[in-house]
Design a protein around this ligand. Structure first.
Ligand SMILES: [Zn+2]
Length: 630
């Protein structure tokens, strides 16, 4: 089955048309209830891909089959299934959703590009005429003539811009579908954390049932087999029935519903939200959501393979810089690794960030005293590994495009998807919970740190944070065992964890934090925490926003796990940062975050700018920090 899907994808990538006959065959299989559901899902994906490849008019069918397939898949991803099995299935599926999006868009963009070629041809003919005229006048173009030439050149640039991005109701539907498809796994984790106050007031018995069932599923063992597995399956089915019953009550049709294009636009009220779509062998596309519109921006200079390569090059350069002992490269090797990072930041600026900021009108540096605009990034696939928030042109005389950097134009935040962002904002708006104190009283803080002989400088960074926060609980070394940390996490508003983080392709449940006790604090562990009054998790653990390459699709890394658990915001790092460097970031960060003058995102932003200004030649330190969440 996999190979059939691959064949269609190869056809699609090669731009070969799909026969309408083949499409009808796939649709027939998709609708055949006698066939196994997983098989039907695969055929639904193929139908959506085939339809996207039909030109013209295939986009509507592609959206239809995509939506029907996701609806079928939702029924399949029961909550009793193990985290591993769900992630495996959904990772494959997520890649397909990203392909459908890119393919459909390429076809939506194609008519525009053809029109552009014709239009450009006409303008070039006019331009040639004008240049000939100028030549006849002895090379001295008078003001009137040069004015006409500039006008034609200007109109060519304008037409390039207008076709470069596409806005249409189909794009709206596509972006909503994209988030729904990508969010299948993540949103299952959010269900039990839904705000039930409205339901509790109107239908207390339904709210109680909902809490009981979600609580039972959460308590269940993810790796259960046999009878326990069957029990989980039945509970999941009962929850589906209950959700359907709740939705049928007047006023609750939207309960646990998917976000509509209108809701997506409304979410951009604090700043644009940018989805970077990555699909193998297809053009990369940025979906840009503002309060006015949802547009698809064709990142025409970015090949999908380039993004994958950049992520790998970056990871190798970072590894070389932080290597110790016999593995440590010579000085020339270290300098080459730094140059490599600078090159990747330059590439990320010109090819990805510059066109996006140009489109939303944030390409100019923010002047002193002016308000900083905010942008939320939703990277998919290997885009997750690219430090978009730190992208910058390498030299003032660079000829690639406009000289500039993300850090001079916008405050960046990262989220794995719209659903998670909505969840994080709802948590932030709720304020401290019943167990928490007042917002302005000293926050209940938990600090976890490795001892200095494991991570040099970690204890000093922990003590600094403990003083700044007036922390009640500081766990260093063997005191920081799993049970103690988990229980402290439930009751803390602020958390700072300074340990190593790991991700392994052999552990599909994503990444984990290696606690000082030697135990692993895994992504599923973090997702099960039910914090009551959580505000912020500062994860100076190394590489907390890194996900296993194979599973980067759903981006379930340590930083987003804290968002799913109910922390509205988190600070993480894209890769390992030398522990002795962490305190200088924390000083800059806490000085701003705690005096009430800056939001967490602004505090991270300005602390990183300060680092960049003092150690500009060490991007392996300052380009790692990110803000995630609301
Ligand atoms: Zn440049």
């Amino acid at each position: 089955m996999q190979s059939a899907m691959e064949t269609v994808m190869r056809h699609a990538a090669a731009g070969r048309g799909t026969d309408a006959e083949e499409l009808r065959y796939s649709v027939e299989i998709f609708h055949n209830p006698a066939l196994p559901a997983w098989f039907r899902v695969q055929m639904g994906i193929i139908a959506a891909l085939e339809a996207a490849n039909l030109y013209p008019g295939g986009l509507d069918y592609s959206l239809l089959y995509g939506a029907e397939t996701i609806a079928l898949l939702e029924k399949l991803t029961d909550r009793g299934v193990s985290q591993q099995a769900a992630e495996h299935a959904l990772t494959a599926f997520d890649g397909a959703i990203r392909r459908i999006a890119s393919l459909a868009l390429t076809n939506a963009l194609l008519p525009g590009s053809l029109g552009l070629a014709e239009e450009t041809g006409k303008r070039i003919a006019v331009l040639e005429g004008l240049v000939e005229e100028a030549a006849r006048s002895g090379g001295k173009a008078d003001d009137e003539l040069s004015g006409r030439i500039m006008e034609v050149v200007g109109s060519m640039t304008a037409s390039f811009r207008s076709v470069h991005a596409v806005v249409s109701p189909q794009i709206d539907a596509l972006v909503a579908l994209h988030d729904r498809g990508r969010g299948l796994l993540l949103t299952r984790r959010l269900e039990s954390r839904t705000d039930l106050s409205a339901l509790r007031a109107a239908h207390p018995e339904l709210a109680a049932d909902f809490e009981e069932l979600t609580g039972r599923l959460e308590a269940g063992d993810g790796a259960a087999a046999g009878r326990a597995r069957l029990e989980g399956l039945r509970t999941s089915e009962r929850l589906d029935e209950l959700i359907a019953r709740i939705k049928s009550q007047p006023g609750f049709a939207q309960f646990l519903g998917w976000l509509s294009p209108d809701q997506l636009r409304a979410m951009a009220s604090q700043g644009p939200i940018v989805v970077l779509n990555h699909a193998k062998e297809l053009p990369c596309v940025a979906f840009i959501v503002t309060t006015d519109e949802i547009s698809a921006l064709h990142l025409k200079d970015v090949k999908a393979q380039e993004v994958t390569d950049a992520a790998r090059r970056l990871s190798r350069a970072i590894e070389a810089i932080y290597a110790r002992g016999r593995l440590r490269p010579r000085v020339s090797g270290l300098l080459a690794a730094r140059d490599e990072i600078t090159e990747i930041l330059d590439w990320a600026w010109h090819r990805i960030v510059e066109p996006v900021l140009d489109r939303i009108g944030y390409l100019e540096p923010v002047q002193p005293g002016a308000e900083w605009p905010r942008v939320w990034w939703i990277p998919t696939g290997p885009f997750n590994a690219i430090p978009l928030q730190a992208a910058m042109c390498k030299a003032a005389d660079c000829t690639e495009g406009q000289h500039g950097s993300t850090l001079d134009c916008v405050v960046s935040s990262f989220v794995p998807g719209f659903q998670t962002l909505a969840h994080a904002r709802a948590r932030a708006a709720r304020g401290p919970g019943v167990r928490g104190g007042e917002r302005d009283s000293a926050p209940h803080a938990l600090i976890v740190s490795e001892p200095d002989d494991v991570l040099p400088g970690a204890v000093s960074a922990a003590r600094f944070a403990a003083d700044a926060l007036g922390a009640d609980t500081v766990l260093v070394g063997s005191d920081a065992d799993l049970a103690t940390v988990l229980s402290a996490l439930e009751n803390s508003q602020w958390v700072q964890i300074g340990c190593h983080a790991h991700s392994s392709p052999d552990r599909p449940a994503g990444s984990w934090i290696q606690l000082p006790s030697g135990e692993a604090l895994s992504v599923p562990d973090i997702c099960r925490i039910r914090p009551d009054s959580a505000r912020l998790a500062v994860l100076t653990a190394c590489g907390t926003a890194r996900s296993a390459e194979r599973l980067s699709d759903e981006a379930v890394h340590v930083t987003s796990a804290f968002l799913l658990a109910g922390y509205p915001e988190a600070v993480g790092t894209l890769w390992e940062v030398e522990s002795t460097q962490i305190e200088s970031f924390l000083r800059g960060f806490y000085a701003r975050a705690l005096d009430g003058t800056a939001t967490t995102a602004h505090a991270v932003h300005h602390a990183v700018r300060e680092l960049r200004d003092t150690i500009s030649d060490r991007p392996h330190v300052w380009a790692a920090y990110i803000h995630a969440g609301s």
